[in-house]
Design a protein around this ligand. Structure first.
Ligand code: SF4
Length: 431
């Protein structure tokens, strides 16, 4: 009897998945199709795991309950970065009884080589389920579906490739930055350098959870905010400019000829939130740069005609987050403008990040995000604690706030600084 004649081990019977099958009938590609593809992969060690995973998922849909519980799984030297998942119905679905996720930090700007992607897939086919999500909301590459035994083996191979675990739990989380100045003409700073400078400095806070709760940095090159920094990060660094927007009047004219005046007026001029644009009779464009709030709308529509100015830098907004105690929050403007070009500028950014993390460590309650902490103690106390002077730019919706007159921001700010100086016992020079 040759080895070819030897009876093959009986393939496990595929679980019936009538409810999951429904999800494949809609117009969009379904994750169920992807899971089935992994289940049906011939000769792959992870196929039985994916079969039982689908079985458990179908069971969850039937019972309307999730059947995963957490636990503790880690790799040597790290306190986080692995999300443990143990099945509560392991006797029914033994092949997927452990289905942990390794969170791996992506390269800044998501610049991969195809060779690196292939290597990642090979490691995950060898040690995991073959299921990879690019990327989670924190920016991680999510390698989903690993047994406890294989977790260390998979991590070691990723580490050999130069990759590192991301954050999980009450820790600094994995960061993300948009593709930025490598490919995007709207980019206002070097996002990749900012991302790596900050995260390399705070790796300890990522790998050894010691914060009251999660803390995220995100980096967007302009106010289009392709990585959702303003509402998905505690510390959003968003590119902007403070001189005049660059206008190529020949391209404006060509755009008007190509699209018609009505289109330009309806889709660009009238859509400017601060009425900063006007189209002249000769089809040239005027921009009132003092009123422009750098929302990016007109630059996105007239891509050849309009560009960010030359005096570029970043705004820093603190406290964005999804729902928790006080509901969703957008970041609050804390640093309206900061240059980010020279090495010292990046050092200042890192130093400011350190100040924020120290404040967060010492003042936030357990399971409280920094945005909620700011909400609890109030903006004046927060600014004083982190050593930032109040600035009229921090006022939310100044044009619609009945407490703020738009024409006297500077006067009011000067009065505030005088008052603070008096409170501190300093002599204020008479005008
Ligand atoms: Fe108006 Fe936004 Fe264009 Fe500024 S960037 S002029 S605010 S549409």
């Amino acid at each position: 009897m040759t080895s070819n004649d030897a009876p093959k081990a009986a393939e496990p019977e595929k679980h019936a998945t009538p409810l999951l099958d429904e999800l494949e009938t809609g117009p969009w590609p379904s994750f169920v199709t992807g899971l089935k593809r992994l289940r049906d992969a011939e000769g792959k060690s992870y196929a039985p795991m994916m079969n039982d995973l689908l079985g458990q998922l179908e069971h969850s849909y039937e019972k309307r309950m999730g059947f995963w519980k957490g636990g503790t799984v880690s790799v040597f030297g790290y306190g986080g970065g692995v999300i443990p998942r143990f099945s509560e119905v392991a006797e029914k679905f033994p092949a997927s009884k452990e289905f942990h996720t390794l969170r791996i930090q992506p390269p800044a700007g998501y610049h991969y080589t195809t060779d690196l992607l292939r290597q990642m897939c090979d490691v995950w086919e060898k040690h995991g389920s073959g299921l990879i999500a690019f990327h989670g909301q924190s920016g991680d590459i999510m390698f989903q579906g690993c047994s406890t035994e294989n977790t260390q083996k998979a991590f070691d191979e990723f580490n050999e490739m130069g990759l590192d675990l991301g954050g999980a739990g009450p820790a600094l989380r994995t960061s993300m930055s948009c593709v930025g100045h490598a490919r995007c003409e709207k980019s206002c700073y070097d996002e990749v350098k900012a991302h790596r400078s900050v995260i390399n400095e705070f790796l300890d806070e990522m790998h050894r959870p010691a914060l009251p709760y999660k803390f995220k940095f995100k980096f967007s090159g302009c106010a289009n905010d392709c990585v959702n920094a303003i509402h998905r990060s505690d510390f959003a660094v968003i590119g902007t400019w403070r001189d005049a927007m660059k206008v190529n009047q020949d391209e404006v004219k060509a755009f008007v000829v190509g699209h018609g005046r009505k289109y330009v007026i309806d889709s660009v001029i009238a859509m400017c939130p601060t009425r900063a644009l006007s189209l002249n009779d000769d089809d040239t464009l005027d921009v009132d740069n003092k009123s422009c709030v750098r929302c990016m709308h007109c630059l996105n529509v007239m891509t050849k005609a309009l560009h960010p100015g030359d005096d570029r830098g970043v705004s820093i907004l603190i406290g964005g987050k999804r729902a928790l105690k006080v509901g969703d929050l957008m970041g609050t403007m804390i640093v309206p403008f900061m240059k980010l070009e020279a090495d010292e500028d990046f050092e200042k950014l890192v130093e400011f990040g350190r100040r924020l993390i120290d404040f967060f460590m010492e003042n936030a309650l357990e399971h409280e995000r920094i945005g909620e902490c700011m909400d609890r103690i109030g903006l004046p106390a927060f600014l004083e604690a982190i050593g930032v002077d109040p600035d009229p730019n921090m006022v939310n919706h100044p044009r619609t706030s009945c407490y703020v007159r738009t024409d006297d921001f500077t006067d009011e700010a000067e009065k505030y600084f005088e008052r603070k100086a008096k409170e501190a016992g300093l002599t204020v020079a008479a005008e």
